[in-house]
Design a protein around this ligand. Structure first.
Ligand code: PNS
Length: 159
């Protein structure tokens, strides 16, 4: 069975993430979406909420599993026999840090990183920008799945 992981913070998942996950799901038998637990940084959504949103918006793919992790990504991979990390590259500005992480990860454990060029429609997109625009009432309906849009509107209205 060919397995890969798409890791990230996913606070919250955007259409850019979903594009990479859906493309990975066509290339691999099983794709793990791994949501990093970062105790030092409180997100807009709790990790359980992020997992729930990702599970719902990836359910249609059929071969995507969604889990949280803390610690090293390569340990998550080792425990599940995952040989490949799939990452989206939005622009050259992503490349330096992504290359460092890819080289560190292969050096630590032999886990490969495969870069997928982001769909140009989403090359400017990040969870942080989505949150910022949504906070000030901007239209983000074309940037996140409808379920995530609802969750963002509820959360930002409540806070
Ligand atoms: O969505 P993000 O915040 O850009 O995702 C970053 C993530 C989670 C992919 C990266 O920080 C990561 O892999 N963290 C796990 C800890 C780890 O393995 N660090 C060493 C990487 S070389």
């Amino acid at each position: 069975m060919r397995r890969a992981v798409c890791p990230g913070s996913f606070d919250p998942i955007t259409n850019g993430h979903l594009d990479i996950i859906s493309r990975a799901s066509r290339l691999y038998d099983e794709v793990y979406v791994a949501v990093m637990i970062n105790k030092a940084k409180k997100g807009l959504f709790e990790v359980d909420e992020r997992l729930d949103l990702i599970r719902q918006v990836t359910a249609e793919y059929g071969n995507v599993r969604v889990e949280a992790f803390h610690g090293l990504l390569v340990d998550f991979c080792k425990q599940r026999d995952i040989p490949a990390i799939v990452k989206g590259l939005r622009a050259v500005s992503d490349f330096d840090y992504e290359l460092q992480m890819a080289q560190m990860n292969i050096g630590l454990s032999g886990v490969e990183t495969l870069f997928v060029p982001t769909n140009p429609t989403y090359s400017f997109l990040s969870s942080s920008l989505v949150k910022e625009v949504a906070t000030w009432g901007g239209d983000i309906s074309h940037l996140v799945p409808p379920l995530v849009l609802d969750a963002l509107n509820k959360r930002l209205r409540k806070d």
